[in-house]
Design a protein around this ligand. Sequence first.
Ligand code: HEC
Length: 319
Amino acid sequence: MLARFLNAAALVALTLAMLTQGQGARALDWTKVPGKDITLFYPAQMSWEMLLTQSEHGGAEKFRDGKNCRGCHEGEEESSGNLLVADKSVEATPIAGKPGSIKLNVKAAHDGERIYIQLAFTPGAQPDAGMDKDFATKVAVMLDDGGVAEAGRAGCWAACHDNATRMPSAAGKETTKYLARSRVSLTRKGGEEIKPAAEIDAMRTAGGFLEYWQARLVAGAPPKVVDGTVLEKRSDREVSAVIAESAESNGLWTVTFSRKLDAGPGYKPMTSGKTYTVGFSVHAGHAAHRFHYVSLERTLTIDAPTPASGKPDFVAAPF
Ligand code: HEC
């Protein structure tokens, strides 16, 4: 009897200890984490293939020679977005009254076990595009660890092809994002034929894929989180390693993503001192597919950057 009582008491003590530890466990005070504003712009139908064609894009040759998108376009996002959102030559079906760009505030931190990325933005006055009935607003992160060289140079455009759904060469088909390496060949219209499964598997094992996280937002309810990879297609996971919390106040959305730094196979291992490429997107006004705002390529390090990582845009510092 006494032993049983002791056991129960020990259990209560242990539970209490765990609870207090959990509560006190280094709560993250986001007001102390410095944030950075970036501008996301409407990219219309400017695909990877179009951007690589000099007669259609003045930066094509220099991009091929090694200059990154950002090297020419940083600071122009707002004016590019205003141009593209209504330009019939690159936007077959403009959404009347859609703003050309949106600001996104980005914060990052980690606690030794998980990485946290907090994104804050105001969709503003958005016309209802009527494409996604369930979610007016969605926000996403694209992540690479150097496994996809073209993502380091062009961010999300590495996955944006001319034959993707509702792009100029879609020919009525549904094709998700993919990476050029997954195709047997690539023309101005993108690539149709996918390489043999064994080759795709080998690329995946070697880290030649992008990771993405998306939070689909509903005011007053938890977000629906989807994560996955992009290689020969966009593959959503059945069970997400990423969790997200969201809050909305006076039109301002604040979304906090997190996942384990080491989230296992199929997730980019995140380690101290290493530089990652990140890209962001926001779908607003019930938009879907390509009708989103996107960022140019950005960089993130975990902890203080090493000399090799240069000057990252975002540092996930420990808290
Ligand atoms: C060497 C500089 C340079 C590089 C690198 C470059 N661009 Fe451009 N880009 C231009 C110039 C110049 C224009 C305007 C004239 C044109 O469209 O040909 C342009 C136009 C654009 C436009 C149309 C909107 C606008 O403001 O004119 C978009 C979108 C764009 N580029 C995206 C990209 C992306 C994405 C990349 C990387 C894959 C990239 N560019 C790389 C120079 C560059």
